[in-house]
Write a protein that binds this ligand. Structure first.
Ligand SMILES: Nc1ncnc2c1ncn2[C@@H]1O[C@H](COP(=O)(O)OP(=O)(O)OP(=O)(O)O)[C@@H](O)[C@H]1O
Length: 129
């Protein structure tokens, strides 16, 4: 293999990674109700952000919340799949793996909710007061 084709195959591998990652996200969106819930929530939060013209720093927190939520839900889904692949019998370790992964999502969801309240509550109050 000459340098040129080596370079090309490396580049293809790089783009393949994006294609597989996109495929994973689309699969999760199609199969997981929670993923669709996050997508709808993200659209609503972005609409609120635009409506209230939130600051740059506030947008960054929203970005981290939305991105973190999607990433964690994807990892949780991946762990669920691996556990189901490993066994379809009732196993205490399978339960632990799924419940612990769900716990990670839950903790971040609470943090994202608190960030949302801290950011949007003052804007909402200003609207009414
Ligand atoms: N093989 C297993 N052995 C023991 N407990 C399991 C097993 N598979 C799932 N569970 C437990 O059953 C409950 C429901 O699991 P399930 O796989 O249906 O996930 P879920 O939380 O309903 O997520 P989703 O709705 O995304 O499928 C969880 O408490 C999980 O830990």
């Amino acid at each position: 293999m000459n340098m040129d084709s080596l370079d090309k195959s490396k580049r293809r591998k790089f783009w393949d990674t994006f294609a597989y990652a996109t495929e994973g996200i689309v699969t999760a969106l199609k199969q997981e109700r929670n993923m669709r819930f996050h997508a709808i929530s993200a659209v609503i939060v972005i609409a609120f952000g635009l409506f209230f013209s939130i600051t740059k720093i506030e947008w960054l927190f929203i970005l981290v919340s939305i991105g973190g939520m999607f990433s964690l839900e994807l990892l949780n889904t991946a762990i669920e799949r691996v556990v189901d692949l490993a066994t379809n019998e009732y196993k205490p370790l399978a339960k632990q793996a799924k419940d612990i992964a769900a716990g990670a999502v839950f903790i971040f969801a609470i943090i994202a909710l608190v960030m949302g309240i801290v950011i949007f509550l003052p804007y909402v109050l200003k609207l009414f007061l």
